[in-house]
Design a protein around this ligand. Structure first.
Ligand code: SAH
Length: 407
């Protein structure tokens, strides 16, 4: 037996993080974050990502978590069971549980893509794993996930037997944890520049190494189908199109034409490829522009559409941006509403977790009043089952959308 390993069933003594009196309440409700302000003191010198025992002011063990000295979220809970060792076995159990859930949802087809591990919602704070057919893409977004990266990669290779595992640990979340961005191959083959997958029956080209996020927006797969249900014979305006997922779904469902707008020339170059392989490129127009400017220009030109899709990036990154971000959502929705032919459809989304579904609906309602249009909600959309929301962690609930009939 490796001497560094604790004896079976007897957890090694962990450094203790003592909470202030009364600050254990959120942990009792199984919320997995411990903010710096809730901590009374930390015993000893604890390294970033190290496993710590979380104890109440009276010394009661509340569970174990990963310590993150650089972040306001000073610890993230791995387990609420104080007796559970945090080791390879623990991570294997959590990963298998996440993968099995997607298997039961029938999301693991050889050319399908889905989110395999969704951080806190899968009991693995800071770890995101997306599966693109035979390739996995990991994001280690917390000090704890970073500390266990080698173990996690080994376990993913064992559990999923992918052709390759790639890393796209980038963005603000990592920065807040005091970590640099990292990108590159972690195991097996490098993904091809253009990986071809299938989504909703359409061919889907994903550039894992250079695309946005981990290569694509997996969270809109089902919503593209829902919007496409309104697209027969439609003239579609796809604003914030990225590589054109909504346009392709609509054109395959019988839309006449689609106009794709995105500020990223790379995204639209891939959209040209993707619409080509789907045989719909000749019914598309690609506009590299700022959506706000372009929608004003289109509005003034008098052009109108049967289906307008608005799928902007996250406008609100923190609670103090809600007011400014709401203004952005209202502006873009006023512009979008103005471009819908009477009787047509607006499909509008927000991926800002700080703007909840009720607020988003209120913003869109205000936009309709100011745009002097009457709108009815036909359908409410949300994130799909591979982006689950753990009930004790409502922060995971970020994507909302409305399909509206506009008169
Ligand atoms: N609808 C896409 C995902 C959109 S993500 C899909 O289904 O896959 C948001 C997109 O908005 C990104 O492609 C980004 O390049 C683009 N973007 C961000 N700000 C923009 C702006 N001001 N004008 C135009 N495009 C913008």
């Amino acid at each position: 037996m490796d001497l560094a390993e604790p004896a079976l069933g007897v957890p090694a003594a962990l450094p203790k993080v003592w909470l202030k009196a009364g600050r254990e309440k959120s942990l009792r409700r199984r919320h997995p974050w411990v903010f710096s302000g809730a901590i009374d003191h930390v015993e000893g010198d604890v390294a970033a990502g190290a496993t710590v025992e979380l104890v109440s002011a009276s010394g009661e063990g509340l569970g174990s978590g990963a310590y993150s000295p650089a972040s306001q979220i000073r610890a993230r809970v791995w387990s609420f069971d104080p007796g559970e060792s945090i080791d390879a076995g623990f991570f294997r159990r959590r990963l298998v549980r996440a993968v099995e859930s997607r298997r039961r949802l029938d999301l693991l087809g050889s050319r399908a893509a889905c989110r395999l591990v969704f951080s806190e919602s899968d009991g693995l704070p800071g770890l995101v794993v997306d599966r693109y057919g035979e390739y996995l893409v990991c994001q280690f977004l917390s000090a704890g996930a970073e500390a266990w990266r080698a173990t996690l990669v080994e376990l993913l290779a064992e559990i999923c037997a992918p052709r390759g595992i790639y890393e796209r640990s980038e963005g603000g979340a990592r920065h807040k944890e005091g970590l640099q961005s990292r990108r590159g191959s972690l195991a097996g083959d490098e993904p091809p520049r253009e990986l071809e997958l299938v989504s909703g029956g359409a061919r889907w080209i994903v550039d894992i190494a250079n695309g946005q996020k981990t290569g694509a927006y997996l969270d809109q797969q089902r919503n593209r189908e829902r919007v496409a249900a309104h697209a027969r014979d439609a003239d579609v305006l796809d604003a914030f199109s990225y590589t054109g997922g909504f346009s392709i779904a609509c054109l395959r469902a019988g839309a006449k034409h689609a106009t794709l707008i995105d500020s990223s020339a790379d995204a639209l170059a891939l959209a040209e490829r993707e619409t080509s392989v789907n045989g719909v490129r000749d019914r598309c127009r690609f506009v590299t522009a700022n959506v706000f400017d372009e929608l004003r220009r289109v509005r003034d030109s008098g052009a109108r559409f049967d289906v307008v899709v608005l799928d902007p990036p996250k406008f609100v990154h923190s609670a103090d941006q809600v007011t400014a971000g709401s203004r952005g959502y209202k502006d873009v929705n006023m512009l979008g509403l103005a471009l819908v032919r009477p009787g047509g459809v607006l499909a509008t989304f927000s991926c800002s977790g700080h703007v909840d579904a009720a607020l988003f609906q209120k913003i869109v309602a205000g936009a309709a009043v100011d745009a002097r249009r009457t709108a009815q909600i036909l359908e409410r959309l949300a994130q799909p089952a591979d982006h689950p929301v753990a009930t004790e962690f409502p922060e995971a609930d970020y994507l909302k959308g409305l399909i509206l009939r506009v008169h």
